[in-house]
Design a binder for this molecule. Structure first.
Ligand code: UT7
Length: 321
């Protein structure tokens, strides 16, 4: 028994922010951002939080999968920018959907969150515990972005993607998950500073900081490693893979990964240009784009691969059903 995706849904805020608009509030340029990242624009939420984006993506995924909320056994929401410490954004979604039979919780695995959520649900299916799950990657990173730090603020965007998973004989073939906590400092966002009646300090909200080059090097090494490991242990050749659906962090990271595994760029679809880096939402946003373009066909084998703060990484070899 494994898990297969039976419906994908997405939602992004309406507001498009171009590179030129960012150049008005910080020292940057469209030329720098496009040449270093491939990003042209991103969506920024004005009023909707992570849970609202997640709920809308979830509703779209359920409609696409022709699944009723009551059928769900489990809802897992991956996010690096939850609206609340508790209750979880997943519980909010569960309540609003009326998915009363589902256990719901958030996970924090940064940009690998969607892949991690998929693997957890797959585990429940393989164990015969659950049959229907909803996984969501949702972010409003704009609220944890330090808008006076040009090296991070031009990269990220808000958005959400969700997928309904059902237990079945075909679908996910194999998955990888990994973490390296010793690299925690290269990309981080403290939730709040310490502070209480003993210190006399008021806790302050934290903002994201990143050593971009360290993350870049990590990604360019890790993505090919996960792809090659999945191919090797499933006795597959690169020719067997139709698409590599990579976390959309930077066009240059994707190009470097493609070069390392000697695969053509046509096999690496991208949405980084229009959404920027949406962390946990980037893989489902890309899958949805591919579906709308008619690129996904039953029988195709695709590899999804993500990496992110933690550091974390994850990959999935999937036969599209
Ligand atoms: O989901 C995972 C999250 N993170 C990532 O995937 C990030 C991975 N890293 C990257 O994508 C790249 O390292 C960046 C896009 C963040 C930066 O690109 P880079 O080629 O590594 O640039 P850099 O950090 O070496 O900076 C080059 C120059 C610096 O100026 P000096 O010191 O050479 O004078 C920066 O100050 O570019 C400057 N710079 C900018 N200039 C204009 C940094 N950010 C900007 C900016 N606009 N927004």
């Amino acid at each position: 028994m494994t898990a297969r995706i039976t419906g994908i849904g997405t939602y992004v805020p309406d507001k498009i922010v171009t590179n030129d608009e960012l150049a008005k509030i910080m020292e940057t340029s469209d030329e720098w951002i496009v040449s270093r990242t491939g990003i042209h624009e991103r969506r920024i939420s004005i009023t909707e939080g992570t849970r609202e984006l997640a709920l809308k993506a979830a509703r779209n995924a359920l409609a696409a999968a022709k699944t009723e909320p009551e059928e769900l056994d489990i809802i897992i929401l991956g996010t690096s920018s939850p609206d609340y410490h508790y209750p979880s954004d997943a519980c909010y979604v569960q309540g609003e959907l009326g998915a009363g039979n589902a256990a719901a919780f958030d996970i924090s695995a940064a940009c690998s969150g969607f892949i991690f959520a998929m693997n957890i649900v797959r585990g429940f299916f393989e164990a015969g515990i659950y049959k229907t799950g909803l996984i969501i990657g949702a972010e409003t990173l704009s609220k944890v972005t330090n808008w006076s730090d040009r090296s991070t603020s031009v990269l990220f965007g808000d958005g959400a993607g969700a997928a309904v998973l059902k237990a079945g004989e075909t679908g996910i073939i194999d998955m990888i998950m990994g973490s390296d906590g010793t690299m925690g400092d290269v990309l981080k966002c403290p939730s709040r500073t310490m502070g209480n009646f003993l210190t006399g300090e008021k806790p302050e909200a934290g903002f994201m900081t990143m050593d971009g080059q360290a993350v870049f090097k990590f990604a360019v090494k890790k993505i090919p490693e996960t792809i090659e490991l999945l191919l090797e242990r499933n006795h597959l050749a690169k020719e067997d893979i139709t698409y590599y659906v990579l976390h959309q962090a930077n066009e240059r990271i994707i190009e470097a990964a493609a070069r390392r595994i000697r695969e053509p760029m046509e096999k690496f679809p991208m949405t980084i240009g229009e959404y920027g880096n949406t962390s946990t939402a980037s893989i489902p946003l890309l899958l949805s784009h591919m579906e709308r373009q008619g690129m996904l066909k039953p029988g195709q084998k695709i590899i999804m691969s993500g990496f992110g703060a933690g550091m974390t990484w994850g990959a999935a070899l999937v036969q599209w059903v």
